[in-house]
Write a protein of this length. Sequence first.
Length: 591
Amino acid sequence: MTLHQSEAFIVIAAMLVLFMSGRLRFDLVAALALVAAVVLGVVPGAKAFSGFSNPVIVIIASVLVVSRAIAASNVLDVWIGALLARVKSPSLQIGILTAAVGYLSAFIKNVGTLGIVMPVAIQAARRSNMPRSAYLMPLAFGSLVGGTITRIGTSPNLLISSVRQETGQPAFRLFDFVPVGLPLTTLAIAFLAVGWRLIPRREGQKPAEESFSIESYSTELRVPATPAMPDLTVKALEELSEGEASVAAIVREGGRRYIPAEDWRIYPGDVLVVLGDPIIIDKLVAKSGYQIAGSKELAQPEHKTDEMTVLEVIVPRDSMLVGKTPASLNLRHRFGVNLFAVHQANKATVKRLRSHCFAAGDVVLLQGWGKKLQASVEELGVLPLADRKLTLGRKASGLIPIALLAVALLLVGLRWVDVEVAFFAAAALTVLMRQINAKEAYDAVEWPVIVMLGCLIPVGEALKDTGAAALIAQGLSHAAGQVPGYAAVGLVVLTAMLLTPLLHHAAAVLVLGPVAAAVAGNLGYRADPFLMAVALGCACDFLTPIGHQNNTLVMGPGGYRFGDYWRLGLPLTLMVLFVGTPLIVHAWPLK
């Protein structure tokens, strides 16, 4: 083993440890790995930033911009909602929703398709008197497997195409993934349409319209100086809500927090931390005359016809809210919104709303003037959970970005232009035609992911250039050489599936891709089926809520626990393994 090979192993091992620890942001881990690799000489200085010029970066950013424009138009969720209105069977509804998110994910970034369809699914669950949990996990899983249909559907497919180029072959074409991804997605949709019954419905779990009840939302009520109903006790106030709300704490005496007994009297100036569904809280406020603590007057809007709106949103992993408190963000003055309530993803008790530290998966209620609220929602990077009727006064038609996407796909399919050129042009025209503005376009790009990929691409290439990937491949080749070729491909799929929950799926591709290509060479097989196996395995993480942000996004609104995912995810994982492997070998022969 050479010095550079040893150093490459050290860099990769340290990177894996930091990724798994979760103590540092994944983009910072990638940046540190690149710096270490350059300092040690594993990555030549001249190639340190070559990853940022990789076409993969341009494609991902461009697809995100077009996806944002399509999502902002609401045209797709209107179509899907109209179709669902005619369907009564929950299984058929889940099948339609999963099919929509799955097939759309072939052409739109999967987190974008989930953001489009999730509000429609919640409304469908409410109308069917079903829990949200039955609808949302199938959506998340469908979006992941649907991304395997095309090269642009998911980051692993784009990255494995880059790895293929490093082996001296041309990158995979746009529709090279269809023979594996399309039948697998169709089968997964059929399974999820009935398999949702495997999702545990715990005793007492309520249907969608009540799914954020007593234990879910924390709201602060302030007792005015002259309340309409003076001298109420805690028990009397709870009885006003017919037992649907509870007083978790009383803040008085300069900010001291008390856990009250039922016979405690409520005094003017008290702040009550109340747990309950927002609809119940609203009725309680009307009866008691108390005030929602966050409901201070916001600056009047520019448009006099604008209406005050309350919107339920979920906090994704890359939102600017994560790790911050309402007080530190100064939500009211900076963004023109009031924080009404919080449903915490980690189930911890919210002591005070203003000091609550937001986490990915939190669901919050925001109040603001309609047009300003929608702009603030986009600036904060949160996703609406209710039906999105706000249009921001935009006259754009959702058909325009869809048409631009279709033209880009046609040009690439006919091989008239390269993928990166077609989608960059589509993104530029989307902004030029005012489907979204320039700020929205830049906000649509997941910059932490872009930075991570730009840093990890040269590190992944260094594995091959130093021969470190070949050393790892020798060990895997020994194990894979004891089984038939198709089983060796299946072993790569399984390895990728097991590694992805521990890493970001993009990092897993860049680590495993060169190794898989070397394994194929050692066994005398073509590299393509093994590269496809890496892409498929890294794209399909169904076992945990942390491997992919789509799984994290549905955790809060679905009311899931960490261990719920494997119940539906394990059979789907086995399906991908045992159906996807022969599909790969059939589409991409070993010899």
